[in-house]
Design a protein around this ligand. Structure first.
Ligand code: ATP
Ligand code: MG
Length: 313
């Protein structure tokens, strides 16, 4: 079924590029001189939009698009750099260049246009969120049986692969079993995506741990290069929007962990102060300036700790 996209996304007009889609966070463009839908590349622009509880919030977080783009590019580099190491992952990534229009410099990349798989590939090395909810009810996560006695934040060794089906904007992605994934995309492709996802997670988890950050879980998207039939690593990777980052120094299983990104936003939204009812179906109120500023600082801290670089906005 067609993906609807966000209608009021405010994607900037960019000379030479035709806007084709906006998700909750990113705006996609194709070169204007190509037939619609047929270009070999796409321009992916990360906005400063932030979403929580399936709503896009107001106002945006200044520099978020740039921070997440820079972090994602750093990860693509790290993961490609040790191809020849002990854990050679056979997957290439989709980034072609960062030579993008001035108006979106730093928060955009040009990528190979892929046929995306209609699934999200999730690796979990820790039990929390929707995984914990299913475990408490059935003792499983996406149908995988887990040992008894696990609690919120328990480490999972080895990490598990828990796919989900991509939902339209405004709808919740739905966890599916590996068998359901294989029915959708074929057994061999499903097995390859599972292998590559767990390999990427395992390598990234080690790198993050060395920086004092626990990568609890992450969602990865892949596509197929129509020219070669190869599976390619796509989308953004290992950002606070696609992953759970916890502070290793504060980690304590048996309770909810403070997350590295949207914790201030979620805490405020669910507090008395916001006056918002999560189940009400109404749009949340605008975030106060101090919540915006603390959230921005947290994104920068995650970027700087992981990469060892200084963020220059
Ligand atoms: P949301 O995140 O709001 O639930 P979304 O994932 O569709 O929806 P974004 O993440 O904001 O939206 O936008 C990025 C979109 O670009 C996604 O649909 C993603 O699958 C797609 N995409 C990422 N990389 C590529 C690529 N190389 N070729 C084609 N599409 C891609
Ligand atoms: Mg997305």
């Amino acid at each position: 079924r067609p993906r609807r996209g966000l209608e009021d996304a405010d994607a900037p007009a960019l000379p030479g590029w035709r806007h084709v889609y906006s998700g909750k966070v990113r705006d996609l463009y194709e070169p204007e001189d190509a037939e619609p839908g047929s270009s070999e590349t796409l321009l992916v622009v990360a906005s400063d939009r932030i979403s929580a509880y399936d709503h896009v919030l107001e106002p945006p977080i200044p520099d978020k698009g740039a921070i997440l783009t820079q972090l994602s590019l750093w990860w693509f580099e790290q993961l490609a750099a040790d191809y020849n190491g002990a854990s050679a992952s056979p997957v290439e990534h989709h980034v072609v260049s960062t030579d993008v229009p001035e108006a979106v410099a730093g928060r955009a990349m040009i990528v190979k246009r892929l046929e995306m798989f209609p699934v999200e590939c999730i690796a979990r090395g820790y039990l929390t969120g929707s995984g914990l909810a299913e475990y408490r009810e059935h003792g499983t996560v996406t149908g995988l049986p887990l040992p008894v006695g696990l609690e919120d934040g328990s480490r999972l060794v080895p990490a598990i692969f828990t796919p989900s089906a991509k939902a339209e904007v405004g709808e919740h992605d739905e966890n599916i079993t590996f068998e359901q994934m294989a029915e959708r995309i074929g057994q061999l492709q499903a097995e390859e995506l599972r292998y590559v996802t767990l390999d990427l997670y395992t390598r990234a988890e080690k790198l993050a741990r060395a920086a004092g950050i626990i990568l609890a879980d992450t969602k990865i998207e892949f596509g197929v290069d129509p020219a070669t039939g190869q599976i390619v690593l796509a989308d953004e990777v290992l950002t606070p929007d696609s992953s759970r980052f916890w502070d290793a120094a504060d980690y304590e299983p048996g309770r909810a962990q403070a997350s590295f990104d949207k914790q201030f936003v979620r805490d405020w939204l669910t507090s008395e102060a916001s006056g918002w009812e999560r189940g009400s179906g109404e749009a949340p109120p605008a975030l106060p300036a101090d919540v915006v500023e603390k959230t921005r600082a947290r994104y920068i801290e995650a970027y700087e700790r992981l990469t060892g670089r200084t963020f220059r906005g």
